[in-house]
Design a binder for this molecule. Structure first.
Ligand SMILES: NC(=O)c1ccc[n+]([C@@H]2O[C@H](COP(=O)([O-])OP(=O)(O)OC[C@H]3O[C@@H](n4cnc5c(N)ncnc54)[C@H](O)[C@@H]3O)[C@@H](O)[C@H]2O)c1
Length: 225
């Protein structure tokens, strides 16, 4: 038995993708984490092939594959951290309930975006109306973004969402609140996919010890209880 600090073994699903590559690099750069598997059809490696050697699976794949991957990981007793957006979280809840491992899902792993959601929720209680504008790169498959939908859910009133898809963007969001003779704009801007990595690593380190089989939202890790 090793006397060193405990190392968490991490496999990445979607390892060849834009986010997956960034997650692999972040895991490799962390002393307490060991990158043990890269699963991706583009690499010719199925998730099944990397499960045995890992404690946690991180999934950044596609809306139609994330749920199946999570079911596969949970059935093998592996914790799963999911960043993929646009899939049915209620179905994940059902899968997690009978499992012997935990699932964590967050529509946005950027800590600044989570702060924006909290501030927007607070501001919506004091302003007459609000609208959300979210901006992403054109390859994003879902619109509106999971973050925009979650922000609207947390806010008071009916909050319309506008989706912009253009080259040159990563993932930004404005929440514009209006009232008599005034507006308030809350803006979160990312310049690079590494913006998501501190949040992803936080979830990877926390997932095994979470009190519930399914936890949704990085805010649950930032403000537990
Ligand atoms: N939660 C967040 O903070 C956050 C941030 C950015 C992106 N996202 C989401 O992450 C997901 C991935 O985004 P991306 O830009 O990296 O996409 P991408 O298309 O670059 O990468 C997806 C990868 O998944 C692979 N893949 C497909 N099916 C698979 C399977 N069954 N098992 C393993 N791998 C599989 C693909 O081959 C591809 O390499 C999207 O849903 C996006 O909305 C979430």
């Amino acid at each position: 038995m090793s006397g060193g600090p405990r190392v968490t073994r991490v496999a990445v699903a979607g390892a060849a993708g834009r986010m997956g590559q960034a997650v692999c690099a972040a895991v490799e750069g962390a002393d307490d984490l060991d990158l043990t598997g890269r699963a991706d059809p583009a690499l010719g490696v199925a998730l099944d092939a990397v499960l045995e050697d890992c404690d946690v699976v991180v999934d950044f794949t596609q809306p139609h594959t994330a749920l199946e991957n999570a079911r596969t990981a949970l059935a093998a007793g592996r914790h799963v951290v999911i960043g993929t957006t646009g899939f049915d979280v209620d179905a994940l809840r059902a899968a997690a309930q009978g499992a012997s491992a935990n699932a964590f899902v967050a529509p946005n792993f950027a800590i600044g975006a989570v702060l924006l959601m909290r501030f927007a929720a607070e501001a919506s209680r004091h302003m007459a109306g609000a609208e959300i504008v979210e901006y992403h790169h054109p390859a994003k498959l879902d619109a509106p973004s999971g973050t925009a939908k979650r922000t609207a859910e947390l806010m008071e009133g009916d909050v319309p969402i506008h989706s912009v898809r253009l080259p040159g963007l990563v993932a930004d969001q404005d929440v514009i609140l209006g009232d008599v003779a005034q507006t308030l704009t809350l803006r979160h801007v990312t310049t690079d996919r590494t913006s998501f990595m501190p949040g992803v690593l936080l979830a990877v380190r926390a997932v095994a010890d979470l009190p519930d089989r399914l936890t949704v939202g990085l805010e649950r890790l930032l403000w537990p209880g």
